[in-house]
Write a protein that binds this ligand. Structure first.
Ligand SMILES: Cc1cc2nc3c(=O)[nH]c(=O)nc-3n(C[C@H](O)[C@H](O)[C@H](O)COP(=O)(O)OP(=O)(O)OC[C@H]3O[C@@H](n4cnc5c(N)ncnc54)[C@H](O)[C@@H]3O)c2cc1C
Length: 502
């Protein structure tokens, strides 16, 4: 269990005296949004003995971390892994007693589709898709001889510091040519960040590249130096949980309740009000926004000492507008909409994992953005699926609505099946489909998108200036559990400190 006496990464707090405990027990905190950010923040608040109430709009907590079910099989319908870097998610998992469920994905790598001659394995040893050696057989297979010779020119061009050109797309195009950009880097940046390489800030996506390029003199040489030639990019490793990442959500909810706090699902918050120093949250009652607040038995609206907002950017801005007018001056980010259609298939043709763990696509070459062959990637899921296969097909990209958006569930599953067949290079007739599941998401802007860091810093400063108010979630921390978890802890720590010490 989290030690209530120590802040995460901060200086140790003084001893937990009875007087402090009493003070904490009187404090009430509203956490709006029950995704991982909100749950982690609530658990941190509850750990000092204060009372946290999580208000979650949906029927279940978890947000982008959610379980799906089809043909009696349960799998991750949203996030399916966590980045190992930083160790924050692993520490949380261990703290919740789930350490023995951590699993590493199977070694088969991803493929890239949409290149002449059919799909090919994504080359080993690259960084953000940038190859360390353009003459390597697996690289040449994707970019062809013309692309290889053009990429080799990178070694002859005079060095230039990335400081002059922070756009990943412009940098790669200039040094290694359009084929490396379009066939290797764009599939990775679109698949991983939902953003075109032109919009990715090199210094954020690959902080070590700048210095290495200046030192080594070429982009491919810099990549070779950073990755050690053949390894994967440092920090690129991910792990998952046996049974699915949704197990993390269940454990967080159980911990919050064990600590005497609560998670209220199906409770969308419409408005945030102030009554002197206290906060009042207004719940949407039976679809009629803003009609009345949650009321205690005596008819007085429930009020809170502090509020932690852990919702998406659009909702946060709406709720905060009356309290943080300065936020209006910070530009809003575009948030790509994503749909994931998960298919459960009776298809022995997939037993050999024809495309490894999955497929990334050259943007514009296919309707789907990417595919994960989940039963090839995760042994725990393969064991549960028996002879069946689980394949996730992702739709939607930057500035583009998912192609499935206007389709009903049956049509979306049919489209996903057709795309899966094309991307996996095997026939998958409709009678192979045992079941399907569909989930819709709005993805926060990734940290690596140019200007994101500055926007976040400005938004956080405006929010942090309001007493008793904190905000967290992927729109402020950057997408990915490895960023969301420590940010939520840090924001909760700010509130804990204010509750105890004023
Ligand atoms: C499809 C997909 C796959 C991903 N895969 C991975 C992965 O494999 N590994 C990884 O590390 N990261 C992954 N991510 C990113 C990661 O899942 C997210 O960054 C993280 O889960 C975001 O957590 P959050 O709590 O900030 O937001 P969310 O999970 O979006 O939670 C916000 C919550 O607020 C609730 N809410 C909104 N409005 C209101 C309101 N008015 N009142 C009450 N509640 C409200 C929402 O219902 C939601 O539950 C993925 C994301 C997506 C979308």
């Amino acid at each position: 269990m989290t030690d209530p006496r120590s802040g995460d990464g901060g200086a140790p707090e003084p001893a937990h005296t009875p007087e402090l405990a009493e003070r904490a027990a009187r404090r009430r905190v509203a956490v709006i949004g029950g995704g991982v950010a909100g749950l982690v923040a609530a658990e941190s608040v509850a750990a000092i003995g204060a009372h946290a109430t999580v208000f979650e709009a949906q029927e279940r907590a978890g947000g982008a971390v959610q379980a799906g079910e089809a043909d009696g099989l349960v799998f991750d319908a949203g996030a399916e892994s966590f980045a190992v870097r930083g160790g924050h998610v692993r520490a949380l998992i261990d703290d919740l007693g789930l350490g023995d469920r951590v699993r590493t994905p199977e070694p088969g790598g991803a493929w890239v589709a949409g290149i002449p001659g059919g799909a090919a394995p994504l080359p080993h040893g690259g960084l953000l898709g940038i190859p360390a050696n353009p003459f390597a057989e697996d690289v040449r297979r994707v970019i062809g001889w013309n692309g290889t010779w053009r990429a080799w020119l990178d070694r002859l061009l005079p060095p230039l510091t990335i400081g002059h050109d922070r756009s990943l797309g412009r940098l790669v195009r200039r040094r290694m040519g359009a084929r490396v950009l379009d066939r290797l880097v764009a599939p990775v940046s679109t698949g991983v960040y939902s953003a075109h390489p032109d919009d990715i800030d090199v210094d954020v996506a690959a902080p070590a590249l700048n210095a290495a390029l200046t030192r080594v003199g070429s982009l491919s040489g810099a990549v070779a130096e950073i990755t050690g030639g053949a390894g994967r990019a440092p920090g690129a490793a991910v792990q998952g949980l046996d049974g699915g990442m949704a197990g993390l959500v269940d454990a967080l909810v159980a911990r919050i309740e064990l600590l005497g706090s609560e998670v209220r699902t199906a409770t969308p918050i419409e408005r945030l009000d102030r009554d002197g120093e206290r906060w009042i949250v207004r719940v949407v009652e039976s679809g009629e926004p803003g009609e009345q607040g949650e009321e205690a038995a005596d008819g007085i609206p429930e009020s809170f000492d502090a509020v932690i907002l852990a919702v998406d950017e659009g909702t946060a801005r709406r709720l905060l507008a009356p309290h943080v007018p300065e936020l209006a001056a910070v530009a809003a980010a575009s948030s790509p909409r994503i749909e994931i259609v998960t298919l459960v298939l009776d298809a022995p043709v997939l037993d050999a994992a024809p495309r490894g763990s999955g497929v990334l696509t050259v943007p514009g070459s296919h309707v789907a953005k990417a595919l994960t062959h989940s039963t090839a990637k995760w042994a725990w899921l393969r064991e549960r699926a028996g002879s069946r296969h689980v394949v996730r097909v992702s739709f939607g990209a930057q500035d583009e609505d998912p192609a499935t958006a206007a389709l009903d569930d049956e049509a979306a599953a049919a489209l996903a099946l057709a795309e899966a067949s094309a991307l996996l290079g095997v026939a998958l007739p409709p009678d192979r489909l045992r079941g399907s599941h569909r989930a819709r998401f709005v993805q926060a802007q990734p940290s690596a998108v140019a200007g994101a860091a500055e926007r976040r810093t400005a938004a956080a400063a405006a929010i942090g200036a309001v007493p008793g108010l904190a905000a967290t979630g992927a729109w402020l921390s950057g997408t990915g559990l490895a960023q969301v978890v420590p940010h939520a802890r840090a924001e909760a720590e700010r509130i804990r400190h204010a509750l105890l010490w004023g």
